[in-house]
Design a protein around this ligand. Structure first.
Ligand code: HAM
Length: 411
């Protein structure tokens, strides 16, 4: 029989990797919770139209869509923003606002697998629901920034505003507008030039090129004002003032359009400076409106998602390696050994016992293999005297201890 491989674009995680991932996850949770965000969870699959309603049928190519046995069109979630907004409309629309939610969940996209691009991947994200103030955008950007800083990541943070391109191209119909933004998203400037000429939209070429070429600090807003004089820049200006006041390092970049179609205002992306190659975007977010499409009132929201797998790839974090205790025994003493194991676990220790029916020598050799710190040896003769042997495997020393004193020793 040949081995069964895992599906393309999916990954297995061994314990060392899981411990590192949990350590990263703890930092993310702790930081988000310090801003008052609370965890939510939504189903792994949703009705397909939750994802096509805004993005159109084309998106079906990029997601795991299927019919269930009842003939219903379903999809594995490619992201969490639409599910969270569906949940909000169904269950939270009367709750006091703003609502601050975070999630840590797996997502599925039918991608061409490569390093950093998977078909199942994890996102840690937040959604701040109910405000269209620059203060809401400021909060989520600062939160994303601080999570990445708390993980000691080396990254750049780019901030844009999709309203600028929308305003500039307000007379261009939706389908063409989307094509244009797709090309900008892929940085396909030649394709963009060709497309604008072929559609008789040459008049926009210069302006679009100038706008998406603007990159830098707050000063580039003045240049943007020259390109789109009738756009209200106050939201963006106030956001930038806030970012400067809080010492956040960022660049304005009006070429950010984001791959997802629901954004309406400020958008942002973070890129790792090294270690990830082409797939180095580690965070994406912005403000958006979706609830009115899901049967609710029109409620403004803002949020982001961090690409957990990419971050885990580059993050250097010390996952605590807990001390292991192995309780070994001489023949016939396995139940006495098990009782001792249970007592030590009650004191919060990690305790391993023999399940292989090995002799004492092999049990101790296994303790070394797994780098246990201590071996407790339950030997018949000593046990009769109420004692066990405690061996410090790192120091290579051992002592005789009262069975009753063992729990106290490890407290
Ligand atoms: P997104 O930019 O599509 O945004 O995804 C967020 C992050 O997930 C990306 O920056 C990237 O790091 C990671 N990511 C995306 N696709 C993959 C993949 N195939 N393999 C590994 N990592 C991947 C969203 O999903 C929005 N829902 C974010 C948001 C929340 N906007 C507002 N609220």
């Amino acid at each position: 029989m040949s081995k069964i491989e895992k599906p393309r674009g999916t990954r297995d995680f061994l314990p060392d990797e899981m411990e590192k991932r949990r350590a990263i996850e703890r930092v993310m949770r702790k930081t988000a919770e310090s801003y008052g965000y609370r965890e939510i969870n939504t189903p792994t699959f949703e009705h397909l139209n939750l994802f096509t309603i805004k993005s159109g049928e084309e998106i079906v190519q990029e997601i795991y869509a299927f019919k269930d046995k009842g003939g219903r069109d379903l999809a594995l979630r490619p992201e969490l923003t639409a599910p969270v907004m569906r949940m909000f409309v169904n269950e939270c629309s009367v709750m006091p606002r703003p609502l601050r939610f975070y999630y840590f969940s797996n997502c599925f996209r039918y991608e061409n697998p490569q390093k950093g691009r998977y078909r199942e991947f994890w996102q840690f994200g937040v959604e701040l629901i109910g405000s269209d103030s620059h203060l809401a955008d400021l909060e989520v950007i600062v939160l994303a920034y601080n999570i990445m800083k708390n993980l000691n990541l080396d990254f750049t943070l780019n901030i844009g505003h999709v309203g600028l391109l929308r305003k500039l191209l307000e007379d261009v119909e939706e389908a063409r507008y989307r094509k244009i933004t797709r090309m900008i998203d892929k940085n396909d400037i030649e394709g963009l030039e060709r497309y604008l000429s072929s559609e008789g939209l040459e008049e926009y070429l210069e302006l679009v090129r100038d706008l998406i070429g603007l990159k830098g600090g707050m000063e580039v807003i003045d240049s943007a004002k020259e390109i789109i004089p009738d756009f209200d820049f106050s939201h963006l200006e106030n956001l930038c003032k806030g970012l400067e006041k809080l010492g956040i390092e960022y660049n304005l970049d009006f070429s950010i359009v984001r791959g997802l179609d629901y954004y309406t205002g400020v958008v942002f992306e973070a890129f790792a400076k090294k270690g990830l190659g082409a797939q180095n975007q580690i965070c994406g977010g912005g403000s958006y409106r979706l609830t009115h499409l899901f049967g609710g009132a029109d409620v403004p929201s803002t949020g982001f998602a961090l690409g957990f797998d990419r971050i885990a790839e580059i993050c250097e974090i010390d996952a605590e390696t807990p001390e292991l205790i192995l309780v070994a025994h001489t023949p016939g003493m396995e139940l006495e050994a098990l009782e001792i194991c249970e007592k030590l676990r009650k004191s919060g220790r990690i305790v391993l016992s023999d399940v292989m029916e090995r002799n004492l020598k092999k049990q101790l050799s296994f303790a070394n293999t797994i780098a246990a710190k201590y071996a407790v040896i339950v030997a018949e003769n000593e046990f009769k005297e109420g004692k066990v042997i405690l061996r410090d495997l790192e120091e290579g020393k051992q002592i005789l201890l009262d069975v009753n004193g063992l729990q106290e020793y490890f407290r």
